[in-house]
Design a protein around this ligand. Structure first.
Ligand code: PLP
Length: 440
């Protein structure tokens, strides 16, 4: 199907006027490739928007959704249940680390973030610590687009037109190119010093006012910034010392991207609350899930008064089609060994890393960083066009048949975990030509 009229559609996070002059349209997808409206094959090096970890249009997931649509299309989640959602929760709780045993469903990463922030407030409120209403986020952090998420997020463009809604302060971001340029895996330097900034923020605001710290284990949309060695553990320690909850936003790192189900397992740091979405259904149905520690649930629910304990939820929480998609997705991840395939020391991840770092030395390339199946290449800003290089490289790659994510002066990649060596070779070839096109 080809769109004939583009006028009525207001596109998210898109330069609408530019798009409508030169639309880029996708009409089908299978495995590692999209088909465009003009019948070109485009290699997907982004897993959609970091979500199609098992590749596109997987038949097991498609069949599960179709079957569910004919069996139980909808069930209200307020006061009623359906078996599949309870089964899915049990499965997720078993996959999650530590005591993250309670699952609350949403429809997106943004809603998962709002839910997690509200859980943190409700937890402290229930304990009588009503002053704990502030959050600590991080520069370059991305936590979706709802009011809580933009408040705690650290990407200026995302909140400058809308204001600051929740009381928030921010850690600085963890990337330091003087210490850690061209890092492979976790950057080696500066982790503890960066994490200790949290102590300074606590001194400034007082622990009695801070509800939670929310960070992505690997900053994604802010430019792919893996945490320097020791950083996450030190953040956890400081939170524990001050009765501050730690929320990991695993919306992109969840479901195999770092070689375990969750990055929390890869980095051996367990948060109090974890947000997920995207890979949960392989992108085939909108769904998010918040995994809360037993201690959070106990305080809010078990020790809560009679009646509704947590006034929060969505019409489509635990939607049957999304639950079916998630159950089938988890089957695929397990049956096709995709968690193991995402491991940083795995054969394909290593091949990808070597390929990417072979681009070091090309003109304009000032950093290459990666952790397993998530990577970024950063460029010198082009004269007169700061922040535009990523988009130029993305356009060149698109024209040559590859999808990249543009992030300011960087491009990001988060390929499906089914990627093979031939896809890596194709990627490196297209990247090299695109870079030379702009920096020769
Ligand atoms: N949190 C993180 C870390 C994300 O990367 C994203 C989206 O990219 C979100 C939250 C928001 O998810 P959604 O777009 O599904 O609302």
């Amino acid at each position: 199907m080809t769109a004939t009229n583009l006028a009525a559609h207001w596109m998210p996070f898109t330069a609408n006027k530019g798009f409508k002059e030169k639309p880029r349209m996708l009409s089908a997808a299978k495995g590692m490739y999209w088909t465009t409206d003009d019948q070109r094959q485009v290699l997907d090096m982004t897993a959609g928007l970091w979500c199609c970890n098992a590749g596109h249009a997987h038949p097991h997931i498609a069949d599960a959704i179709a079957h569910q649509a004919k069996t139980l299309d909808y069930a209200p989640s307020f006061g009623f249940g359906h078996a599949l959602s309870f089964e899915l929760s049990e499965r997720l709780a078993n996959l999650a680390p530590g005591n993250l045993n309670k699952v609350f469903y949403t429809n997106s990463g943004s809603e998962s973030v709002e839910t997690a922030l509200k859980m943190a407030l409700a937890y402290h409120y229930a304990k009588g610590n009503t002053g704990k209403q502030m959050f600590i986020g991080r520069e370059k952090g991305y936590h979706g687009v709802n009011f809580g998420g933009i408040s705690v997020g650290g990407l200026t463009n995302n909140h400058k037109a809308f204001g600051q809604w929740l009381p928030t302060d921010r850690l600085s971001h963890t990337q330091d190119l003087t210490l850690n340029a061209f890092s492979r895996g976790l950057p080696l330097h500066g982790g503890i010093e960066k994490a200790n900034e949290l102590e300074k923020l606590i001194q400034r605001h007082d622990a009695s006012r801070i509800a939670a710290v929310i960070i992505e284990p690997i900053t994604g949309a802010g430019g792919v910034l893996p945490p320097p060695v020791g950083y996450l553990k030190r953040i956890r320690e400081i939170c524990d010392q001050h009765d501050i909850l730690l929320i990991f936003d695993e919306v992109i790192t969840g479901f195999g991207r770092t070689g375990n189900v969750f990055a929390s397992q890869t980095f051996d740091v367990i948060p109090d609350i974890m947000t997920t979405a995207k890979g949960l259904t392989n992108g085939a149905a909108p769904m998010g899930a918040v995994l809360a520690g037993d201690h959070i649930y106990d305080v809010i629910v078990e020790q809560g008064g009679p009646g509704v304990e947590f006034f929060h939820g969505y019409t489509y929480s635990a939607h049957p089609l999304a639950c079916a998609a998630a159950m089938a997705t988890l089957d695929v991840y397990e049956q096709e060994n995709l968690y193991q395939r995402g491991a940083a020391e795995g054969e394909i991840a290593q091949y990808f890393e070597r390929g990417l770092h072979s681009l070091k030395g090309l003109p304009g390339v000032i950093d290459i960083r990666n952790y397993s199946f998530i990577a970024a290449v950063e460029f010198e800003p082009l004269v007169g066009k700061p922040g535009a290089t990523g988009s130029l490289i993305q356009t060149s790659a698109w024209e040559q048949g590859m999808m990249l994510r543009s992030l300011g002066d960087a491009i990001a990649m988060s390929p499906p975990l089914i990627m093979e060596k031939e896809h890596v070779d194709q990627t490196i070839g297209i990247l090299e030509r695109s870079i030379k096109q702009h920096f020769a």
